[in-house]
Design a protein around this ligand. Sequence first.
Ligand SMILES: Cc1ncc(C[n+]2csc(CCOP(=O)(O)OP(=O)(O)O)c2C)c(N)n1
Ligand SMILES: [Mg+2]
Length: 568
Amino acid sequence: MPTMNRRETIGAFLLRRLEEAGVRHLFGVPGDFNLELLQQLEDSSALKWVGTCNELNAAYAADGYSRLTGLGALVVTNAVGAMGAINGVAGSYSEHVPVICICGSIPLRSIDRGLGMHHTMADGTWDRFLGAYAQVTAAQARITPCNAVTELDRLILTAWREKLPVYMELPSDIAYLDVEVPSTPLMLAEPPGDPERTRACADAIATQLSNAKSPAVLVDLDVDRFGVAAEVMELAEKMQLPVAVLNTAKAVIDETFSHYLGVYNGGASEPHVREAIETSDCLLSIGYRPIEANSGDFTASLPANTIRARGHSVDVGHDNYQAVTLNEVLRGVIGLVQRAPNRPLRKPLAAATVDLKDSTVKLTQAAYWRAIQGYIRPGDVLLADNGTSYAIFGLKLPAHCTVIGSINWGSIGYSIGALLGALTAAPNRRHLLLVGDGSFQESAQELSTILRHDHKPVILLINNGGYTIERGYIGKSEPYHDFANWAYANLPRVFRPNTTARSFVVKTTSDLQTALNAPNDTLIFIESIMDPHDAPAPVITSSNKGADIDYGPRGPQHRDNVQLKPVT
Ligand SMILES: Cc1ncc(C[n+]2csc(CCOP(=O)(O)OP(=O)(O)O)c2C)c(N)n1
Ligand SMILES: [Mg+2]
């Protein structure tokens, strides 16, 4: 079919391509080098601008948005904006989240004519920031009138296909130039796999799983990013396979699914999960990327016969299959295997309940997490930051919940920016933010944007006067783990004086119950005050082990009483 062309400005073409790729909102901060694009955005009104307080939060927001929609984008200005965002964009790489970082950059005329510009090193160089982004994105380009058509499509498609961020510089003097562009919309599609390789791969997996006595499936976050959770569950249902997830993939498999086993975290797993995974005679692992934090500090031990499926390649035994896609392979396996007779499978454990009524006892982490367990509803979006809020990974979640976390990258403060993005993507779902005071202080100002847009999340902030999770490494009572105590619950009113937000400062279990009973018709901010040395045992045990991994046998963690220890 011949491609129909039409004339369009480069900026309008970029915005059209983003819209065709499913992007409806752009996060970011204006600057003189991106204003012409922002004006085009305003004039076309196809996409909505969500201004953020800083570029790092814009990157976090684009990431949170992408987690729920499949693609996010941010707009920053040359160097100062791009360098502010780079931690967040690198996090998207680590977490396999497709994000398009658009940097309005110095005009092409200044490059052609060697004119020094602000937001540069003032030394006549202009490639440094493309170079920096080359380290943290899957593809980068400086857009020119000559390459705009091919490069814009290449970058957007690369982000979507590889589930990784990309970076483009849009020089400020080209967004209004007309170029000839295809009229046909951009089709987001995987490159179809090689049919023979796909068939052979599916056949090899189906044969292995069918011949096994105790086959099982282990899921990491690519199952979410490549959108194959439904296929994994269909296969598990058909073959009666138990499915475990890593904590990096918490809730990617619905935890009420009858074949859901639990979280596999090496030696820190529940025993039945560990046994089913480690003694399986054929384990289908999907996207497995072990780090200390999702492998029980390297105690994970997958069986010898483990199939390793990734986004675009699979290892089965000694064979490596290329030119395959996860979706096509899994669909092939589902078609080939026999339906297994009903086997009794473990039911998920019933959620713990807690009766907090009439209790005036000082709030503890144990009571807190029992209460949160009871508070979570089917369909909630749960955003968890680093810190004792990691306890969320030990809760049993009701149906259709989504967890947005960042265990691989682990940049504290991520969750507040990501919350803005997730709320923008899915404003009708209930969003719970689980965050510590230290993480909150990193990006607290984005609460103002959340209030500005009338979002209604529930913010559950633990005020324990410092970096408690770090106290389990070393320096249990050292001043470097302390910081200023804010009146956190007052912030909604500071950030939006006419806010209807309900704030609670919680000190006892009954205070907490009162706060959790508040209706979700406005933003709810619950600041729970707890002891700096109170922490969930699995979190603190993991910090203790982390110190051994980080500092080795001669490290300072061996001194007396320097580590916060779990209460036994
Ligand atoms: C950007 C960044 N800086 C520093 C760290 C190191 N770090 C990891 S967890 C943590 C403390 C988190 O404290 P808080 O949010 O108060 O949680 P708590 O454990 O006290 O509940 C720190 C400083 C990090 N992960 N990311
Ligand atoms: Mg804290």
